[in-house]
Design a binder for this molecule. Structure first.
Ligand SMILES: NC(=O)c1ccc[n+]([C@@H]2O[C@H](COP(=O)([O-])OP(=O)(O)OC[C@H]3O[C@@H](n4cnc5c(N)ncnc54)[C@H](O)[C@@H]3O)[C@@H](O)[C@H]2O)c1
Length: 308
């Protein structure tokens, strides 16, 4: 573990302002988000251990990371292919994989969880890891829709628990929402903000309110687009074209839903729907049907659209 003396605000004593400098990161979940976070963390010099439930899944995660790095290198090292290959080699050396979360967290400064969007599953994981990770280790969840306080309540380190909400694709999207609960310490928030900056991202901080900033604003737009299509007001293609050309969005809302994953969109909606005063998030039969059929978007090659 490494510490750096850091003056937070004038008025704070320097002893109250010691942040964990994050060098070693364990990422739990090697899916779309976890693989992306692992890539960015390794590319910025962190030692990364990527954990998933099986070696087969981890093999795919490693292929995804390497494929994504090749796209980065094609642009960044266009004139120096050898330097590009060396960059890929160096980054890949920084990523270890493990199907055993328990041993992976033992030397970590930070654990970032990016597993299924299910409160109980996340709580079970953190409850277990809390007993195994060193006391200084910060825990963070990449949840899109669950309360960070609820997840953190399964541990005895609520002061060292926060949200780190990355966006998809992680390598491209500049934003990270850093979520602090009432129990998150100032030092933990600062460490997570600093870590996000070291990754080359722009962090914003948000309270632990449902949807944080982006999803609170974006999901109602996606949900209304799905309803519009469900009602037959317009075709899905025209809805997407309209929002790209009329509102300047880089992706249409229905394409974006497929991209995020319809299972994730559904979870976010269900999280928001707990607020009875908010009709924007009432469930959609069509979305529920696609999720029940396992057609959850790009990651299963079919959602609203089909992908090769
Ligand atoms: N997809 C997005 O656009 C997006 C954006 C921001 C945040 N998120 C959040 O990130 C998290 C992951 O989303 P995703 O899209 O990467 O999902 P995904 O389905 O692509 O990947 C999840 C991975 O977690 C693994 N996993 C499940 N339970 C596990 C466990 N107990 N231990 C280890 N590995 C386990 C699965 O095998 C899978 O590989 C979710 O909480 C989601 O809400 C998603």
């Amino acid at each position: 573990m490494a510490f750096v003396a850091h003056q937070l605000f004038s008025g704070f004593s320097s002893s109250a302002a010691r942040n964990v400098v994050i060098k070693s990161v364990t990422i739990i979940g090697g899916g779309q988000m976890g693989a992306g976070i692992a890539q960015v963390a390794a590319s910025t010099g962190h030692s990364v251990t990527l954990v998933d439930t099986s070696d087969d899944i981890l093999k795919k995660s490693i292929e995804t990371i390497e494929g994504s790095l090749r796209r980065v290198v094609k642009k960044k090292f266009a004139d120096k292919p050898e330097a590009g290959e060396e960059f890929i080699r160096n980054v890949m050396q920084k990523v270890l994989t493990s199907a055993d979360a328990a041993s992976a967290v033992r030397g970590s400064d930070l654990v970032v969880e990016a597993i299924a969007e299910n409160l109980k599953v996340k709580q079970d994981l953190f409850r277990r890891l809390d007993k195994l990770a060193p006391p200084h280790t910060i825990f963070a969840s990449n949840t899109s829709s669950l309360s960070i306080s609820d997840i953190a309540s399964s541990t005895n380190r609520p002061d060292k628990f926060g949200g780190l909400h990355f966006f998809n694709p992680v390598a491209m999207m500049k934003l990270v929402e850093v979520i602090g609960t009432p129990a998150t310490s100032q030092e933990t928030s600062e460490s997570l903000m600093n870590f996000s900056k070291v990754l080359g991202k722009t962090p914003v901080s948000s309270k632990d309110t449902s949807g944080f900033i982006v999803n609170r604003l974006l999901v109602p737009c996606i949900v209304e687009a799905i309803r519009m299509y469900e009602r037959g007001d317009a075709s899905k293609e025209d809805i997407d074209i309209a929002m790209k050309l009329g509102a300047g969005h880089p992706m249409g809302p229905i394409e974006l839903a497929d991209y995020i994953g319809l299972d994730t969109v559904k979870s976010i909606m269900e999280g928001e729907a707990k607020d009875p005063d908010n009709p924007l998030f009432a469930s959609s039969d069509l979305l529920n049907k696609l999720v029940a059929e396992g057609k959850v978007g790009r990651k299963t090659a079919e959602g609203f659209y089909k992908y090769k």
